[in-house]
Design a protein. Structure first.
Length: 206
């Protein structure tokens, strides 16, 4: 079983249990005040393994399944036996890093909570986009477009919604998870940066 599938199975199990056990969910989700006052730093990780509802869980896990195994295989090709370690680092650090802006902005807001694997999923997806910007991505599993165009739309929408506010979706986590994913790929595989621009130079819209 791939690491991607193991992560998906674990996340589904924890999230499903948390749906009917709110006290358990409350122990895992990202609450900046509890992290700061009680030093519950584990929440930076555990918040990525619980979800608000079944739709939230399904969307994140399907997205991870579609792209995760491809990145796993790529890391195995690039880094041999250490490929799994690189993949886990990308995913888990994506969750952690994407939580920090929300933690800082809401460090005094005891009513703020955030949860979901979106930061880690975005990190994996955007690592793939940096490596293969012409990769076909299906928006809502129906509208096909090259990865770099999806990335521009995704980052622009996330930034707009973050500044707009008033949404229950943590758009900051999406945006910073995506940026981290590209940075991670650029650091561990520097050749991906010039190759990104070489591939873009070959793209034709029609």
């Amino acid at each position: 079983m791939s690491l991607t599938l193991i992560i998906i199975v674990i996340t589904i199990g924890i999230s499903w249990y948390a749906f009917d056990h709110y006290a358990f969910m409350d122990k895992l989700l990202l609450n900046p005040v509890k992290i700061r006052k009680n030093r519950e730093y584990y929440r930076f990780i555990t918040s990525g393994f619980v979800h608000a509802d079944f739709g939230h869980l399904l969307f994140n896990m399907l997205s991870l399944w579609f792209i995760g195994e491809g990145i796993e295989r790529l890391f195995g090709y690039l880094f041999g036996g250490a490929g799994g370690t690189y993949f886990l680092a990308l995913y888990l650090l994506g969750i952690i890093v994407s939580d920090f802006p929300s933690f800082w902005k809401n460090r005094n807001n005891s009513g703020y909570n955030s949860l979901g694997a979106s930061g880690g999923v975005a990190a994996v997806l955007f690592a793939a986009i940096l490596y293969a910007p012409l990769l076909d991505i299906y928006l809502y599993f129906a509208i096909r477009m090259p990865g770099f165009i999806f990335g521009i739309l995704f980052l622009g929408y996330s930034l707009w919604q973050s500044k707009r506010g008033g949404s229950y979706i943590n758009h900051d986590a999406h945006m910073y998870g995506a940026l981290f994913g590209m940075l991670f790929m650029a650091v561990v595989h520097p050749e991906s940066v010039p190759n990104f621009f070489k591939q873009l130079a070959t793209w034709r819209p029609f």
